[in-house]
Design a protein around this ligand. Structure first.
Ligand SMILES: Nc1ncnc2c1ncn2[C@@H]1O[C@H](COP(=O)(O)OP(=O)(O)OP(=O)(O)O)[C@@H](O)[C@H]1O
Length: 243
């Protein structure tokens, strides 16, 4: 019989009654959700429904106005700014629509940056594995400006994976890419969940992108109003239409 460790039973990220207000605006209005370890979840919703706010709160970039966010069982709201930064650096990987690579650094330096910032050394075997996975072995000495958009995003994914984070948050990572390049990026996120058991949270407007996930959460007016499991693009579109 397999014995589950306590660690394995704790959700990767757990939100409990999370609210986030900006003045009179309730960007998040009592959101509770537990993201299982190794799961791939997409978050969709109309413009202004709270997706970015959700991502910022769930990843510890921002503190909620009310409720709690736990990352790996740690209550993020109780941490000092410095500890919250450290927790993010050690446990979370981020991928953004605009890639956010450092222009003056080459691909390898960009990928290694989170380790350097955290004062950690490289594991050459893992660097090789990550670089091979994203298909950039022959581009390590190139600057971001010498890469296509898809290659830049693949470098950004490698940078997100280099610390072996427990959770990867991706905010519209395919928003600036053509469909075939977008597919490569989504496959990498899928592999992060399937091959290395990372928890992936993807914010997207795109039903085709959302269909790569195990389940899709729908946000409306700061609340989770629906969940679709085993999504297909058609099912996501139909559910989206009913929001
Ligand atoms: N820093 C801020 N100050 C004031 N209001 C904010 C701030 N950030 C977000 N909001 C408001 O909170 C609500 C949710 O915004 P949020 O950016 O989370 O939505 P979103 O679903 O990500 O939108 P989009 O798809 O357009 O990016 C909106 O009404 C927005 O105007």
């Amino acid at each position: 019989m397999t014995t589950m460790t306590a660690e394995a039973t704790v959700p990767a990220v757990c939100l409990d009654s999370v609210t986030r207000t900006y003045g009179d605006v309730r960007a998040l209005d009592g959101v509770s959700w537990a993201f299982p370890r190794g799961g791939f979840t997409a978050v969709m919703g109309p413009s202004g429904s709270g997706k970015s706010t959700f991502l910022h709160c769930a990843s510890g970039l921002d503190r909620p106005s009310g409720g709690t966010v736990q990352i790996g069982g740690v209550d993020v709201g109780r941490l000092s700014e410095a500890r919250r930064t450290r927790l993010r650096r050690e446990r979370i990987g981020f991928v953004f629509q605009s890639f956010n690579l450092v222009p003056s650094m080459d691909v390898e330096q960009n990928i290694m940056l989170p380790l350097v910032l955290g004062g950690r050394g490289a594991d050459p075997a893992w660097l090789d594995e990550v670089v091979r996975r994203v298909g950039l072995s022959d581009r390590l000495r190139h600057r971001p400006s010498e890469l296509s958009g898809g290659q830049q995003q693949r470098a950004a994914i490698a940078r997100a994976l280099i610390t072996r984070p427990e959770v990867v948050f991706a905010d519209e990572p395919t928003g600036a890419l053509d469909p075939s390049t977008a597919r490569d990026v989504l496959r990498l996120l899928r592999e992060a969940a399937d091959l290395t058991g990372q928890t992936v949270v993807l914010v997207t407007h795109d039903p085709v992108a959302a269909a790569w996930a195990d389940s899709v959460l729908f946000l409306s007016r700061g609340r989770i109003v629906d969940e679709l499991t085993a999504p297909t693009p058609a099912a996501v579109m139909a559910r989206w239409g009913s929001l």
